[in-house]
Ligand binder design. Structure first.
Ligand code: PLP
Length: 411
């Protein structure tokens, strides 16, 4: 074997993209199949959702805008578009209190890779939610860091700040710098959403621990699907402008989820700090890593986003379209919840988003058994994840009965 010792035993377990491709093939042969695997937004007829405004922005690009190389660290226009998209009208007040910069990345995944590999040292630990997008674990391993988990929600189905504080206190014994990953809102896989005061409590952790340094790694991949009022979530993100000096915020933006550009592999890592030098280092060190790994990002992806965000007409159209898309998702979740209630199927606390979860002692067994019912979903370590984004309303309302029956049969 020529592969090195560190990598030779790496093998993707429960690879969502591969399971999704397999389920899509089965669905193409038999329309009764329910493909609730992958995190791509689909129309009610099963076709991939495309935002008309995104298409329009894409169709108006010059050859250079589409294909030319761009700098590893991005362009002023793309970087501005990413930041202004994430912070919206709050950017002005953030600018008064903080320094910031953005680096384009291949999707939110690229941003997570940079955060994990450049902000912790080898062997240090990142705190992740217990119900999580499990690719975080692969990414952490790839970056030579360890993971520990906090409980995402408590018995009252509220954000479990006590568990997070407890984990911070334990970790403080081992390392000075504490990285906390938050995936909010529309958490993958549960659809759990934090409340406004949870953000205050989160930032207070750094205030209460002045001798430690804190990195808030904010994975905001699904934030566009939270509320018809786009300012609600952005006002919470803007709270980081008042973070203490021992805190640093990193925002993971995904062009896949925000604009439906999954295969174009575009996103950004945004750094926010009270310290100018920190942001200068953010730009230099992350540009270096980009150049030394994927070199530069998809020019096409960057151009679509910057044309969309910086053009008022396209942006406004997109904002309207994303509201419609969220309504479609909401209709599916309501249909699902209603029939889950009817049949007595337990669901983890869901508020909004692409996914919904069924608690299970053996999610993998349940996932495999559901193939008998022609339901294809994803088993995580803690639950069975159903992608509402990729099923239609009728399928959403059919699933709970089938799942409840299957759970009863497995007892
Ligand atoms: N964060 C979460 C929670 C996700 O679910 C995903 C994709 O599924 C990503 C980040 C990254 O997506 P991408 O790399 O396609 O932008």
């Amino acid at each position: 074997m020529f592969i090195n010792d560190t990598k030779k035993n790496n093998k993707l377990k429960n690879n969502i993209l591969a399971l999704g491709a397999e389920a899509a093939k089965l669905k193409a042969e038999d329309n009764e199949v329910i493909n609730a695997t992958s995190g791509m937004l689909k129309n009610e007829d099963g076709s991939l959702f495309e935002f008309a405004s995104v298409k329009k922005a894409a169709n108006n690009l010059s050859t250079k805008d589409k294909y030319a190389y761009v700098d590893s660290g991005g362009t002023p226009t793309y970087n501005k578009a990413a930041v202004s998209w994430v912070f919206g009208k709050y950017l002005e007040e953030i600018e008064k209190e903080c320094y910031y910069a953005a680096i384009p990345t291949p999707g939110g995944s690229g941003a997570l890779h940079l955060a994990f590999s450049n902000y912790l040292d080898d062997g240090e630990t990142v705190l992740l939610p217990d119900h999580m997008w499990e690719n975080y674990l692969n990414m952490a391993k790839e970056a030579y860091i360890k993971t520990d988990t906090y409980r995402l929600f408590n018995e009252e189905d509220a954000f479990d700040i006590a568990s997070l504080i407890n984990k911070v206190n334990n970790l403080k014994e081992k390392q000075n710098k504490i990285m906390i990953l938050i995936n909010d809102p529309c958490e993958n896989p549960t659809g759990f959403c934090m409340q406004e005061d949870d953000y205050d409590k989160l930032i207070n952790i750094a205030r209460d621990n002045p001798n430690n340094n804190f990195i808030y790694l904010m994975d905001v991949a699904y934030f566009d699907f939270y509320n018809a009022d786009p300012n609600i979530i952005r006002s919470r993100y803007a709270k980081f402008k008042d973070m203490p000096n021992n805190a640093f915020a990193l925002f993971v933006f995904s062009g896949s989820k925000s604009f439906g550009l999954y295969g174009l592999r575009i996103g950004a890592l945004i750094g926010l700090s009270k310290n100018k030098e920190e942001i200068e280092t953010f730009k230099a060190a992350n540009s270096y890593s980009c150049r030394a790994t994927w070199s530069a990002c998809s020019t096409l992806g960057m151009s679509i986003i910057e044309h969309l965000v910086l053009n008022e007409e396209y942006r406004e159209n997109y904002e309207e379209e994303v509201k419609q898309a969220s309504k479609m998702l909401e209709a599916r979740s309501l249909a699902f919840m209603e029939s889950a209630k009817e049949v007595g199927l337990k669901v983890l606390p869901y508020e909004r988003g692409f996914f919904i979860c069924i608690p299970s002692d053996n999610p993998e067994k349940l996932m495999n058994a559901l193939h008998e019912d022609k339901i294809h979903a994803i088993a995580t370590k803690t639950c069975l994840r159903l992608a509402l984004c990729s099923v239609n309303k009728n399928e959403a309302s059919r699933m709970p009965r089938l799942i409840k029956n299957r759970i009863d049969l497995l007892k």
